[in-house]
Design a protein around this ligand. Structure first.
Ligand code: ZN
Length: 481
């Protein structure tokens, strides 16, 4: 089995240290809902751990939760709620998203705020060894004390330097240095430390949690390509300087980014699609097929057309998975070993899931042919299900049916009738528009204190599978099952 290692920049034979593969993937910072970029990364590493298990490896998979971070504090301050409350809410929502996408729970899920003592121990150790220094209540890593800095991102010190900046209030020896421990401002969450009250920096959190649960050398460390520099470069510097053991990680695996058209999907560009939004429209299998149909290191372009095609594909596979009843052996059978070989050869070549999926579709086509001829294909169907399971396909029906314009036009007609109002929207308008229109009417009724009629609209929409939720920003609707 070969994997592409970012550290060496090439495909290498995968040789773990022992029978148990020690695997760490950077987890979420729960300050908002997870989006398709998260779905891509966690689906890919889910498939990797499923495939390793299929290959009879033991796997210990650790994925952290960064439940203390500047982003959490900033957003909580804006919303006027405690950072812990915000983090807890979005952690819960994140795990619900993962479950809905049929992503297996990692073996260990450490929370940063539970691991502060271990972080302090590492920061102190780095200070003792001269790799770090306190300054103004914070502690910084002395980048020039680690001669291997840049080995993962293959950058020179000068090019990395140009990306560095010193934040206001930071007193660093060198602009390259990064924070390990941050002095906290009044009112911010803080833990006691030898340097005064503060909180851990993001990078040290991952070093502390991976070293604690997996030991000094990991087999696989994964994450998105946007984490290579500086996050993973810094993890290497901290971990190898602290333990004195090289390498910290044997195989660094990085996935590409999700794009919307030509642009990267990102919060700052405001073009994010959350997992929840995607799951309102598409099944988990369609999202998994969408992600796995490209190579994990390539950019993945989102479009409605591609997702719709993935949904049709998911539908075809689902039909193949359900058993056809026939007693006719037909004197022939499908060569399942040939398919299994194609599938594992693809996966052994740096997790070529696109080829693996193509193999599944070919196998499905052959099974369907047997079904249509009334010839039994039970064994092949078993293999088909087994290989599909490595890709985490569920074969569950999509949970929420699509909105039907006709149905909502009927709802509108009945609302207009009850209100003695003319001009109900017809079924040619799309359902979302009609719902928006009914929400407006309901708002007018509420302003006029016509509560009964306003509630009638809510009840009729609810019958059609849409719930109205009144928020401080206005009324929104969601699909209910
Ligand atoms: Zn990390």
């Amino acid at each position: 089995m070969k994997v592409f290692n970012t550290l060496s920049g090439k495909k290498e034979e995968f040789l773990p240290q022992g029978d148990e593969v020690k695997m760490y993937v950077c987890g979420v910072t729960p300050y908002d809902d997870a989006h398709l970029g998260h779905a891509m990364s966690y689906i890919i590493f889910d498939v990797i751990q499923r495939y390793l298990k299929y290959k009879k490896y033991e796997v210990k998979y650790v994925q952290n939760v960064t439940d203390i971070d500047d982003k959490i504090i900033d957003r909580a301050n804006k919303l006027g709620i405690p950072p812990r409350e915000l983090a807890e809410k979005f952690t819960e929502r994140y795990f619900a998203d993962m479950k809905a996408l049929n992503i297996n729970k990692p073996d260990v899920t450490p929370y940063a705020t539970d691991e502060i003592p271990r972080m302090l121990e590492i920061v102190q150790g780095l200070v003792d060894k001269g790799h770090a220094y306190p300054s103004g209540g914070s502690v910084y890593f002395r980048v020039r004390s680690f001669s291997d800095y840049g080995k993962l991102s293959h950058r020179s010190l000068e090019s990395m330097m140009s990306g560095m900046r010193t934040e206001a209030g930071e007193e660093k020896e060198d602009p390259m240095d990064f924070v390990l421990w941050k002095a906290s401002k009044p009112g911010e969450p803080a833990w006691e430390s030898p340097w005064g009250p503060g909180r851990p920096g993001w990078h040290i959190e991952c070093s502390a949690m991976s070293l604690k649960y997996l030991g000094n050398t990991l087999d696989i460390h994964g994450g998105g390509q946007d984490l290579v520099f500086p996050h993973h470069e810094n993890e290497i510097a901290q971990s190898e300087s602290f333990t004195g053991v090289k390498p910290f990680v044997r195989y660094w695996l990085h996935n590409g980014m999700v794009q919307l058209g030509e642009e990267k999907m990102s919060k700052s560009l405001g073009n994010l699609i959350t997992i929840k939004q995607a799951l309102e429209k598409y099944s988990a299998d369609a999202i998994r097929i969408f992600v796995l149909s490209s190579h994990y290191r390539s950019p993945l372009t989102y479009s409605k057309e591609i997702l719709e095609a993935a949904e049709r594909g998911a539908d075809r596979l689902r039909q193949t998975a359900s058993p056809a009843i026939t007693g006719n052996k037909g004197g022939r059978k499908i060569d399942v070993e040939q398919y299994r070989r194609r599938f594992t050869e693809a996966m052994d070549d740096d997790f070529n899931t696109a080829q693996a999926i193509a193999t599944l579709f070919d196998l499905a086509r052959e099974i369907n042919k047997y079904d249509s001829e009334g010839v039994e294909a039970d064994e092949a169907r078993g293999t088909f299900r087994e290989l599909s399971n490595i890709l985490g396909l569920t074969f569950r029906e999509p949970e929420a049916p699509p909105l039907e314009a006709e149905l909502f036009a009927q709802v509108a007609a009945s609302v207009y009738g009850e209100l003695n109002r003319a001009g109900a929207p017809n079924e040619k308008q799309d359902a979302e528009k009609i719902i928006g229109n009914l929400i407006e009417i309901r708002n007018e009724l509420r302003e006029a204190e016509q509560w009964q009629q306003a509630d009638m609209i809510r009840a009729k929409l609810s019958e059609a599978g849409t719930a109205l939720v009144d928020t401080p920003q206005g009324t929104v609707w969601k699909r209910i099952r």
